[in-house]
Design a protein around this ligand. Structure first.
Ligand code: ARG
Ligand code: ZN
Length: 466
């Protein structure tokens, strides 16, 4: 190679590097990209470490004829480092424009991310806003995580039903899709007249223009992204208050037969009963969205308004989803491997509900699982169930059994004090198994690591001690 060609190649490389690193604006020293992926053992690439999302303002418009979603997400965030670039989770969908602090920012799409480089670095601890304009047809996720059911943005005959847990909210809105980054949410959802749009928080109003209705929902308590929901369809709605005064909103698919379950009555009773047992209801409203969703028969504890895909036939499912408002939604897992803190608690609440209504004593529920569960049940390590089996039956029922064994070990008073203290101490935040064990030991004055090691971290059916 001649000397001249060689120096040309070097020059080209240099130009390339300048362009790739985000244009001509010189980056102040000490700025770096927010790490993409928070390193969750099950979902390592979710989230970004360079900022804290504070508020999401979503304007969505949905066309059921074409299934197309158009959105403008305005996200208020605070930098947690000197930030040269950062990412948002967004899977699929077309992004047409990104602005940071009102100015056009360059961006690049990754597999399930938008990598955004603002014109100027964002200094640590300063607030900034990101506006993302996007559109497309959101695609649901599937696979073993939820028994091969689909989850995410699910089409129904008259609209949409959404289930984000654990990683699907980013299939329909850009976000920092990880449970440790809670934020408040406003949703404005525009749909053709005749359809209702329901979301988290409280309905702030609806406005009609040109055959379209825009529903505004506000959730002003911290919420993890996986609990965000948008349901669209033909619904009958009913609102009121529970006897203890918590606002209540129920939406029921107009095409469904009335059914035997009175969602209004049971949701109201469960909200009040758990308030008595677990402490103040954490959110501004309680409720239910009951929809018919082809191929789906589970429920999800979407914040303030659990989503039920019919057929859900048992009132204990309502008791379960409402208990999640404390355990899961207000106190949220720090990593997905702690999922038993959600499901074990909500299942134990289900057992408490059946006991209270005289259907089945908790001890009997415990015995039935202890004696009747199939051998594979005992192979799941509840305290770290692995990604593809994170919703395995054992996470729910052996998780609940762990709480029952704990209750028998420390006694009723300390046990119910623990439930309240857990809800109180981690209210609107996150908690992990180690912290729960520490709190249980503190409240009971007992050493409990052996009990938890046996029930949460050891394969096989534990012997029943004393
Ligand atoms: N957390 C839900 C419940 O126990 C499980 C829902 C499973 N589906 C899902 N899309 N994650 O009520
Ligand atoms: Zn659950």
């Amino acid at each position: 190679m001649s000397l001249r060609l060689c120096s040309l190649a070097i020059a080209a490389t240099l130009v390339c590097q300048v362009v790739l690193s985000g244009g001509t604006a010189a980056e102040p020293k000490g700025y770096r990209p927010g790490a993409s992926g928070l390193g969750d053992p099950y979902f390592p690439s979710l989230g970004n470490d360079g900022y804290d999302a504070r508020h999401y303002d979503l304007s969505l418009s949905y066309n059921p004829g074409t299934s197309a979603l158009e959105g403008v997400a305005t996200i208020s965030a605070k930098a947690t480092q000197n930030l040269s670039s950062f990412s948002l989770d967004l899977r699929g969908l077309h992004v047409s424009k990104v602005r940071v602090n009102g100015r056009t920012a360059s961006f690049r799409r990754g597999d399930a991310k938008i990598f955004i480089t603002p014109r100027h670095g964002i200094p640590n601890k300063t607030r900034f806003t990101v506006e993302v304009r996007y559109d497309g047809v959101p695609q649901p996720l599937g696979g073993p995580i939820v028994d091969d059911s689909k989850y995410g943005w699910l089409k129904t005959d008259d609209g949409v039903f959404t289930t984000g847990e654990p990683n699907a909210t980013s299939t329909w809105m850009p976000c920092n899709d990880y449970p440790t980054d809670k934020a408040t949410f406003d949703f404005r959802i525009k749909v053709p007249k005749g359809l209702t749009a329901i979301s988290n928080g409280r309905l702030a109003g609806s406005r009609e223009a040109n055959g379209q209705v825009t529903y505004t929902w506000r959730g002003h308590r911290p919420m993890a992204t996986y609990l965000a929901t948008v349901t669209i369809g033909k619904f009958s709605t009913r609102s009121g208050r529970t006897p203890r005064g918590v606002p209540l909103y129920i939406a029921y698919d107009q095409n469904l037969p009335a059914g035997q379950l009175d969602f209004y009555k049971i949701t109201s009773a469960a909200t009040d009963y758990w308030t008595q047992l677990f402490g103040p209801y954490p959110f501004e409203e309680t409720g239910a969205v009951v929809d018919s969703v082809p191929g789906v028969s589970y429920a999800l504890e979407t914040q303030t308004k659990p989503s039920y895909a019919v057929p859900v036939r048992h009132e204990h499912t309502i008791a379960h989803e409402i208990a999640h408002q404390w355990f899961g939604n207000s106190v949220t897992v720090r990593q997905w491997k702690d999922i038993w803190l959600n499901e074990g608690f909500a299942t134990y609440a289900q057992w408490l509900w059946a006991d209270r209504t005289g259907t089945k004593p908790v001890e009997k529920a415990f015995r039935e699982v202890y004696e009747g569960a199939p051998p594979e049940f005992w192979d799941i390590v509840v305290g770290d169930p692995q990604r593809d089996t994170m919703f395995a039956d054992a996470v729910y029922r052996r998780g609940a059994m762990t709480l029952h064994v704990l209750r028998k070990e420390i006694g009723d008073r300390p046990f119910f004090a623990l439930l309240k203290a857990w809800a109180q101490e981690h209210r609107y935040e996150n908690g992990d198994t180690r912290q729960l064990i520490a709190l249980a030991e503190k409240i009971s004055g007992r050493q409990l690591d052996g009990l938890f090691r046996t029930w949460l971290f050891t394969k096989g059916r534990p012997p029943l001690g004393s």
